[in-house]
Write a protein that binds this ligand. Sequence first.
Ligand code: NAP
Length: 246
Amino acid sequence: MHLKDKVALITGAAQGIGKSIAETLASAGANIVVADINLELAAQTADELKKLGAKTMAIKMNVAEKTEVENAVKQIKEQMEKIDILVNNAGITKDSLFIRMKKEAWDAVININLTGVFNVSQAVAILMMKQRSGKIINIASIVGEMGNVGQANYSASKAGVIGLTKTLARELAPRGVTVNAIAPGFIKTAMTDKIPEDVKNKMLEQIPLKKLGEPEDVAAATLFLASNAADYITGQVVNVNGGMYM
Ligand code: NAP
């Protein structure tokens, strides 16, 4: 699978799963826009990607801020000329039991994880529709499919991303743009490092493959969906979860 001369915009790409996706797409020949709320780290990641032969650009993008997103997408279009692949990866957690969940924690997670996908997809979809081609890949979560104690805000945001993916897939299909989601299970990153060891061990019991996933597992599925090999696939949710949810 090769992505030579394709331009991929990846949100939250400075670290974690987003960075791994950036490395995998760059290794396949894509030029990469590393968008993140943390510009310093994004610039560092973009520099590292240059070693893989990619043309790169780092940009500050808080996906929850519509105007900032629109301005950033304009800048990307000017500098990179087009956007062929959008990976909506930026996401956060603010966990607590539902009954104790503060409105601020609810709003923050919905604003970044769900409204963020709305903001970036809207700004980019218009370019892709004009190009009559494009691939949008939304990083959802297993938790959006099966729920999880302590993650009412997060599971609602990710279930929302899955619904948005299916509607966008229907709306953009006539313009040659595919829209799919990936629902990772529990993947080794800073986000899951926060989970206490005993909770992690309980989770492992529920994973048929008996291990947490690696960021590279999610990146491999992203590469497939971003490539021509997936031209006839749209509106789907690809589970990368070790069999935890089937
Ligand atoms: P991560 O290591 O925390 O990386 C997320 C990146 O997004 C960070 O660089 C973060 O910056 C950035 N970010 C946060 N808020 C942002 C915003 N408003 N605008 C732009 N960038 C923002 O997380 P991850 O584990 O790689 O997760 C990536 C995606 O996979 C998320 O959507 C997550 O929900 C999803 N996912 C993860 C797992 C898992 O097990 N790790 C499982 C299922 C789904 P700061 O750190 O500076 O805030």
